[in-house]
Design a protein around this ligand. Sequence first.
Ligand SMILES: Nc1ncnc2c1ncn2[C@@H]1O[C@H](COP(=O)(O)OP(=O)(O)OP(=O)(O)O)[C@@H](O)[C@H]1O
Length: 801
Amino acid sequence: MAKKKTKTKTKAKKEPRFKAPNLNFKLTNQQRLVYGSLIAMLGLLLFIAFLSFFFTGKADQSILSEFTTKEVEAENWLSKTGAWLSDFFIQRGFGVSSFIFSGLVSLSGIYILLKLKLEKLRRHWFWGTSIVIWFSILFGFFSYKNDFLGGTIGFEINDFLQAYIGKTGTILLLLFGLITYLAIRLKVTVETFQRLFHKAKKEISEDIDNIKEDLKPLDNDLTAEAEEIKKAHQISLDEEKQVVEDKPKSEAPAKPKETKVSESFEVEVAKEEDHLEIEVEKTEEEISETDNLANKLVEDYGAFDPTLELGNYKFPTLDLLKKYDSEGITINQEELEENKNRIVDTLNNYKIGIASIKATIGPTVTLYEIVPDAGVRISKIKNLEDDIALSLSALGIRIIAPIPGKGTIGIEVPNKNSTIVSMRSVIASQKFQKSEMQLPIAFGKTISNETFVVDLAKMPHMLMAGATGQGKSVGLNAVLTSLLYKKHPAEVKFVLVDPKKVELTLFNKIERHYLAKLPDEAEAIITDNTKVIHTLNSLCIEMDNRYEMLKNALCRNIVEYNTKFKARKLNPNDGHAYLPYIVLVVDEFADLIMTAGKEVETPVARLAQLARAIGIHLIIATQRPSVNVITGIIKANFPARIAFRVTSKIDSRTILDGAGADQLIGRGDMLYTQGNEMIRIQCAFVDTPEVERIVDFIGAQKAYPEAHLLPEYVGEESGTSIDIDINDRDKLFREAAEIIVTSQQGSASLLQRKLKLGYNRAGRLIDQLEAAGIVGGFEGSKARQVLVPDLVALDQLLENE
Ligand SMILES: Nc1ncnc2c1ncn2[C@@H]1O[C@H](COP(=O)(O)OP(=O)(O)OP(=O)(O)O)[C@@H](O)[C@H]1O
């Protein structure tokens, strides 16, 4: 009950807050024009009435009480209404500061007319009213009787304040009001004053320097003038000439003028210069030039905002996602009891006693946690998995013995009627909406019906596997949708690889908002395997470039770097730029590995090993989680794994390093692990039409001129290596040539394996073999053609060189 009460209370409190801003949207365009102009004119009317008050106020005093008498005439420019209004606001109200009210009323009209944000208007009214009161008190302070400067309210408040805190207290209160306004409204800080003070000092010193410069010619002029006067005197009076000649030239008749000027400036200049050099200029430069500059830039222009170019970008709204009727847990008490009894009976049949049993109901499975009697071996229960499944006549029973960190044994039993976890419900959840993660992903709901949100940036790469039709593509869409709902196009870019050509094509519509591609490529979504190799290598170059930028900026990771860039501490002229996250999504990785092998594996492994700090994250999905697809090196670098239902225990082991994925029930039922613990999640369901609506919504908005461009990658086929000098050949050249000719297979990965080389050296060897005419040119994913039939021919060829 108590809970209910508080809930309704908070609702009642919140309602008007939300209603006010909506006012704008409820009005039709015609209504807006009518109401807006009416209010704006009302403001103008007030202004005219107030202005007129200064000329006609006194004369109209007498008629105020006779407002209803038609015959009585007022002198106010707006007649009796004007006289009454101005008397009400100025004389009896806030004094001259009431003019601000007329401005605020007009502004309200303009806001309605132009459909501007009412939230801002509210702020104008708040601060405007505060200024009116402040000035009213200030003017009231200086008026000895109730006059129109501070109005009755200003006078009365002053009267009250002075009675309680005295004149000094009132002044201090006014000063405090002024400081509050400056600090909160105008964002003035102590530093601003310091800076202003220093600036003023600097300017003064510069002015003085200038004046000094200007004075030099004047000095000369004056001496010349003195000279002339001297001459004149020489001619006229001998005695006087004597005086002039005896005294120094500077004390000639022009002396008073000259000394006055030079003395007063010389003294001041000397003082100011010393002062400035010691206190201002040197210290400022020595602290940190870049920091000061950055602070000043931030002060002048605000922090760098990467989203500014698409400042009006609107995030997709929740109503684009579908609401499902079958949402909400549907398990009934009977089913629960039934399952519990069967579990207890089955275990009892094997003489396993149960101390307690507890059920947690999830969207698709219910977890029965049991505490067995003391002395029961855990392995005994684990072995009964099939028997329990049989007695419950259900698929997808999973036994977790023991549940890590709980000391109980868990038996997961699928619900008879599973419920769909809609993308809408997870996106709308507080957990997702309020998450402060870098790349939040709302995957779905856990077994205890909690929304499961993880940070892709922390994973830092993800491997996703599952047999066909078990929910992989939906899972990938859920990942992409989550990011679209949370990240601005400036903050994240996707590189999408889709060999199936159908799953991700929808995202083409947001190419210029969210996708990254190679320069000169027509399509951003990559469906061709050769282009995948180029893109992966290009991402490696991007990674190297980013590391270089981070190194130059003395930052350890992308977050630090971007923070520094936003604070304007990194100069774009030095090659710095705001770095968006790049998320590489590869659907059907198996297909790629089968056709391109090492050429794909090597850059993927490199990216997976190194890219975490610079904001490139990989999501790789595959239908076939076999060891030749998910090789050791890939597995080692993908700590976050997701398994949808797979067909065999072996596949489950390959992807999760343990069984479990083969016992899932499909349709988005998945296991997530990022280390040891395995979490069972029902993946959120997002259907193609929903994704379509989202990309249409985004695609219809203003976009960047083109997709985000990745660095250019010059592939092997470019033929740059054709004229390699014979003397520059690798020491292993001959050995490599023999291997290639013997196996009749021209691939770098073969050399890597046989000669135990790195990819780069093997690549160079292949280039040299091509230059020597032993292997043919680059043929995309296929191995190169070997042009020499056997070792004898090879010997001949090399001897003839
Ligand atoms: N989270 C989910 N909730 C409910 N149903 C789901 C969910 N995920 C998938 N499904 C159902 O399973 C079907 C197949 O899913 P999806 O297309 O994602 O499979 P897939 O693993 O990508 O298959 P393939 O590898 O053949 O592309 C969907 O059409 C949908 O009906």
